[in-house]
Ligand binder design. Sequence first.
Ligand SMILES: Nc1nc2c(ncn2[C@@H]2O[C@H](COP(=O)(O)OP(=O)(O)O)[C@@H](O)[C@H]2O)c(=O)[nH]1
Ligand SMILES: [Mg+2]
Length: 364
Amino acid sequence: MNGLLNRLDATAAPVAALVVVAVVALIVVIGALALVRARRRRASRPQAAAPARVRPTTPPAAESSYERLRRGLAKTRDGIFGGLAGILGGRVLDAAAIEEIETALIRADVGVKTTARLLAAVGTRSGDTPVRDRLAAAMVAMLPTPPVPTAVAPPHVILVLGVNGVGKTTSIGKLAARHAAAGKHVLLIAGDTFRAAAIEQLAVWAERAGAGLIRQQQGSDPAAVVFDGIRAAIARRSDVIIIDTAGRLHTKSNLMDELRKVRRVIARELPGAPHETLLVLDATTGQNGLAQARAFVDALQVSGVVLTKLDGTAKGGIVVAIADELGIPIRYVGIGERVDDLRDFDPRQFVAALLGASGSAGCA
Ligand SMILES: Nc1nc2c(ncn2[C@@H]2O[C@H](COP(=O)(O)OP(=O)(O)O)[C@@H](O)[C@H]2O)c(=O)[nH]1
Ligand SMILES: [Mg+2]
């Protein structure tokens, strides 16, 4: 009997050991599978939740638009106003602090006259309002919101002026793309007949924007091209006409004569037009651009300014000088070469992005 039991023990021990090993292996495999599943679930959850946690109230589109403007103005903000954080955050101004702000404003190309007016508005008194907010309010007060052009029966005619290289054709392309994206039929007129390359450049933008184009060969009379263009726009029932023009230096008085003639043709063919006459200025030229602007403003009825290349300069303060000294509203600002880098000018948002305001002045 004992011998039989011993033999059974001898065979049962390895079997039991095998069963134990199998059970342990099974537990390990099940555990590992559960771990992998839990990890996958964790990995997929925060992806959906993260945006809501980071910005619970701001629509991402609006925020990214403001962030893009801030990035465009980084050179002026960080390079010039960045060093004034202490003074701008304070509430009282002594003589030294006033001098520092004055220097910064002039370096940002606000101009001597406009700087003096801004400092007078900011004052020296202490109060509840930090200096940055007082300065921002004074700037916004100098930057009237551009009136939205009165609604007229289409076509809406936009005449675009400015010296060579300021960004006329690029801005026209961006503007055409915006109108086309809004479902409008857009026709571009190649009124800069001075250089063949200028006509080709407008053709590329027309194609990119999905707009029509009226062009003649290089050297044609711009007024004749514009005449054809307006007739074509009426026949095609275009909603928006944007007219490119030549920009040889304004010191040649015949440029102004030529532009006046173009304007007369537009007004004769379409009474009430042009509805907008936009002067394009290059922000990197700073105060020099103001002299250019005066020549155009004196010769033609400029209704608004397009200020380009703000992304490439620390002279963003020129915006305030233009509005203050010319009294002409800024309609659009260019902050890059991409098609969506032309923005409606919003004074509060612009000043907030320029001064690095902490939040209240239009950052929404
Ligand atoms: N960085 C930057 N470049 C711009 C902007 N607007 C225009 N440009 C560039 O300025 C140059 C001249 O532009 P163009 O439209 O040909 O000027 P136009 O002679 O007045 O028609 C081109 O290289 C454009 O890409 C802008 O807002 N930012
Ligand atoms: Mg051009």
